[in-house]
Design a protein around this ligand. Structure first.
Ligand code: AKG
Ligand code: FE2
Length: 330
């Protein structure tokens, strides 16, 4: 079982919380977070709103198809996303900060723009904005603890998040299937940290252990599943581990609902590389050197890599590009 950390305990004993935080994210790279302050009523609401969205007629979902969006926002039908070049068996909505399109944008600046909102479900927009506010607060608190635990000032990451942070939220449903085992293929998340909400009873998430075996990570009621992304691996020269994970398609007759929240800095933010204290530096493994999945220190570069690979139809239609490699998701 993954470690369980209670954020409330950080008030009384921050040193112990930080010790456990470092340990969890140096070793397995994943943990359950309780005591995060997000009320159960908010969790229940966002899961209900997600369920109601997926229950809409296909035409109401396709109204906000990602194919309409050069910024990779909106709804992707079953089978419309790839990881490692293979189809992911999930439908999902991708959301980010609602900002104006940059005319004549190059590369990753094409990720800035508006969301698409379903006209059939006005509550979706309001509920997602509210969720963003609440989870950004949890993300900020965790990052300050990581910073201190890593021997840096507690605000070392703040500048990267100050101006237009490029948060990504996904609302995802994996229908049961006996045809394909890939709900989402094995990948590292491309940002800083991920707060994953999973509907109780939804199985399927697996986390890669250091020896290459896969550990089941079932949901824990009221807890977020937290993992770090490639940018924290980058910032710590591999002391913290962006762990590969995947979702197996649920059994026929069941489904899985999840809402991953990717707490990411501004597109052009260069994530600071920390000078670790000697005892931590001695255990830094370096940044994983995978020619199929280069890890960039600028969030936008990393995001552009993963968005164009996961949605080659959008990349081709709006940007005329063919992704260079097929590894990784986002
Ligand atoms: O749906 C899940 O539980 C995890 C999904 C995931 O890893 C991702 O979208 O990056
Ligand atoms: Fe992921």
């Amino acid at each position: 079982m993954l470690p369980v950390l209670n954020l409330r305990t950080a008030d009384a004993d921050p040193a112990e919380f930080r010790r456990r935080l470092l340990d969890a994210t140096h070793t397995v790279g994943f943990f359950y977070l309780t005591g995060h302050g997000v009320p159960q009523t908010a969790i229940d609401r966002i899961l209900r709103v997600a369920r109601e969205f997926f229950a809409l007629p296909q035409s109401a979902k396709d109204e906000i198809s990602m194919l309409n969006s050069p910024q990779f926002r909106g709804y992707t039908r079953l089978g419309g996303e790839l990881t490692n070049g293979a189809v992911d068996w999930r439908e999902q909505v991708d959301l980010g900060p609602d900002l104006p399109v940059i005319e004549g944008a190059e590369g990753y600046w094409n990720l800035q723009g508006p969301n698409q909102w379903p006209s059939a479900q006005p509550e979706f927009r309001e509920a997602l904005y509210r969720w963003d506010d609440r989870l950004a607060e949890v993300g900020r608190r965790l990052l300050a603890h990581w910073a201190t635990a890593l021997g840096a000032p507690d605000d070392v990451f703040d500048a990267a998040f100050r101006d237009r942070p490029a948060t990504l939220i996904k609302v995802v449903r994996y229908p049961g299937s006996d045809e394909t085992p890939q709900g989402v293929g094995a990948h590292k998340d491309s940002g800083v940290l991920t707060l994953l909400l999973v509907e109780p009873g939804s199985a399927g998430l697996q986390v890669e252990a250091a020896d290459g075996s896969w550990i089941d990570a079932p949901p824990l009621d009221g807890a977020f599943i937290v993992n770090i992304g490639e940018l924290l691996e980058f910032a710590t020269d591999g002391y913290l581990r962006a762990t590969r994970h995947r979702v197996l398609a649920p059994a026929p007759g069941t489904d899985r609902l999840s809402i991953p929240y990717f707490f990411n800095p501004s597109l052009d933010a260069q994530i600071p590389t920390l000078t670790l204290p000697d005892h931590l530096a001695a255990d830094a493994r370096g940044i994983e050197d995978d020619p199929a999945n280069p890890i960039y220190g600028t969030y936008g570069e990393n995001a552009w890599k993963s968005r164009t690979r996961a949605h080659p139809d959008v990349a081709a239609k709006h940007h005329g590009i063919v992704p260079a490699g097929d590894a990784s998701a986002y």
